[in-house]
Design a protein around this ligand. Structure first.
Ligand code: C2E
Ligand code: MG
Ligand code: MG
Length: 496
């Protein structure tokens, strides 16, 4: 007998004794008439009422247990219950026998904002009902959080797991009239194949979630992404960058490099594109590919864009003041990249114009590069931002033109001054491709747009583009992106 049980027994004994003394005393004082009442009935009543109290408390306990074990909205398991059940199953499972699947509705937060909480709840409920019906009979499902479902399936072979996922998600049309007309739900799906059954289930769920998030980054038509260890390394690297970014910003490690641009006609330098670099204290100079995509996801890119823009203004100010008293410095135009995040800032044009005026820079000497792919994202927002930026006087260029699908349609709508032909566009040697490039350049001219060819690496490409009538050249053939000081020296040498 353990200590706790012994204590419980002593407590019960004293409680019974107290009740006995209490009833005994009452019995001694009650009048004789009452003593004649049939105590058998009284005891039966007492027994029934204690039995009822006992079952009521049992039901209450069960209700509480159900709340702990099952999600109130969907009736699916809670994560805690799911983990316990998976642990139990894996005790006797082999490696490479089960997979954990993580399913998430894309942009659910926006959907919930637009449709309201009740409809969002109804969608989740409907989805859970469908999952329960479509999942294999030996699968376990839980709702991990808002719109994140975790499923354990007894399958690891990719095509089989993918088929199971697809049947789970054959749901869109079954959402009834909960969704607006023509609206379909998009899902992101990550799969972790369980090789080590002793691993913590929570860590398995995290890995399925990591795979899911990676799948969202790439264009993956089936949207099912399987976990691999490289994802973990990338995630660790990204965490390291996130922990380090504020320090690096404070310590001025983000700097602007400049890639010169040249006029085709007379090979004269006319300006540059400013491109960010991370001058990391231990890792050295890092290219944008190492951090820009991550900063675009976590929003930090807005600070970087502003910093690069302000560096450009400072540089232009310095350049303008570099000429002797009686002369004006030759005019140059510098372009800055603007990330998609900025389009959601309604004051972006105003903020940029204020910085330019702080350094007394004419906005027409700065070109804002907006990538063509933004058009696929949110055409209205892009056009609105472009118009506002143009209104305050900046030049606008469409970056990476030809890399997406929207290029030609884009030309008739946008208020741009410049289009930058994407480097992938220039790579091909085929006659057909050349015809397309020539037509784009001609069309741009007719629309009064300047053309820049970026990524020119050899003389043949340069000659071809020059003959086609392209205006400006940018590429490794002329110069790689270089530090500010080197660019300044280059300008002095070329323009003095
Ligand atoms: P982008 O704006 O299209 O910039 C052109 C990229 O092409 C630059 O890469 C440049 O170094 C590279 N490039 C130029 N000529 C050649 C060439 O002849 N051959 C090859 N192979 N590449 C060439 P970088 O500097 O690595 O920048 C990559 C991308 O990162 C940029 O593409 C831009 O989308 C983004 N980025 C760079 N700086 C910023 C910034 O300050 N803000 C934002 N939002 N994005 C930036
Ligand atoms: Mg650019
Ligand atoms: Mg580009």
């Amino acid at each position: 007998m353990n200590q706790k049980t012994a204590r419980q027994l002593v407590r019960n004994f004293f409680t019974t004794l107290c009740i006995f003394i209490l009833f005994g005393s009452i019995y001694l004082f009650v009048p004789k008439r009452i003593k004649e009442i049939d105590f058998t009935i009284l005891f039966i009543l007492l027994f029934i009422s204690s039995l009822a109290t006992y079952y009521a408390s049992l039901a209450h306990k069960r209700r509480i247990q159900r709340i702990i074990d099952f999600d109130e909205l969907t009736g699916l398991m809670t994560t805690k219950n799911f983990i316990e059940n998976v642990e139990h199953i894996l005790k006797t499972a082999k490696s490479d026998e089960y997979s954990i699947i993580s399913i998430d509705i894309e942009k659910f937060r926006y959907l919930a904002d637009a449709l309201g909480t009740d409809t969002a709840d109804a969608i989740i409920k409907e989805l859970a009902k469908h999952f329960k019906k479509e999942a294999p009979s030996d699968a376990l499902i839980c709702r991990n959080y808002t719109d994140n479902f975790i499923v354990l399936v007894k399958a690891t072979f990719r095509p089989i797991v993918e088929d199971q996922v697809l049947s789970l998600l054959s749901v869109v049309e079954k959402m009834g009239n909960l969704l607006p007309l023509h609206y379909t739900l998009d899902f992101s799906i990550g799969v972790y194949v369980i090789m080590n059954t002793n691993e913590k289930v929570q860590s398995m769920i995290e890995k399925a979630n990591t795979a899911r998030k990676f799948g969202m980054r790439s264009f993956n038509p089936r949207r099912v992404s399987f976990y691999d260890e490289n994802m973990k390394i990338t995630t660790e690297n990204e965490k390291e960058i996130i922990f380090d970014m504020n320090r690096a910003f404070e310590e001025n490690e983000f700097i602007a490099y400049y890639q010169p641009k040249f006029r085709f006609q007379d090979a004269q330098i006319i300006g540059a594109e400013a491109l960010v670099r991370w001058n990391h204290k231990t890792k050295g100079i890092l290219p944008p590919s190492a951090f820009v995509p991550l900063f675009e996801r976590n929003g930090f890119i807005q600070k970087i864009d502003l910093l690069v823009f302000e560096s450009v203004c400072k540089f232009l100010d310095k350049w303008n003041k570099s000429a002797p008293e009686d002369k004006t410095a030759p005019a140059i135009t510098i372009s800055c990249n603007l990330s998609r995040m900025q389009l959601y800032n309604p004051d972006v044009a105003k903020e940029y114009a204020e910085i330019a005026s702080k350094y007394q820079i004419a906005p027409s000497k700065i070109e804002i590069e907006l990538t063509e792919s933004l058009m696929m994202d949110n055409k209205e927002r892009l056009l609105k931002a472009m118009n506002e930026i143009k209104k305050v006087g900046f030049e606008i260029s469409v970056d990476d033109f030809g890399s997406g699908f929207s290029s030609l349609g884009l030309l008739k709508d946008i208020p741009a001054n410049v289009i930058k032909l994407d480097k992938s566009f220039l790579g091909s040697e085929s006659e057909r491709e050349h015809i397309i490039i020539k037509s784009v350049i001609t069309m741009a001219k007719d629309l009064d747009l300047k053309t820049v060819a970026e990524g020119i690496e050899d003389k043949e490409q340069a000659e071809l583009l020059k003959n086609m009538g392209c205006d400006i050249a940018q590429g490794y053939l002329y110069s790689k992106p270089i530090p500010e000081k080197d660019f300044e020296n280059l300008l002095h040498k070329a323009l003095d």
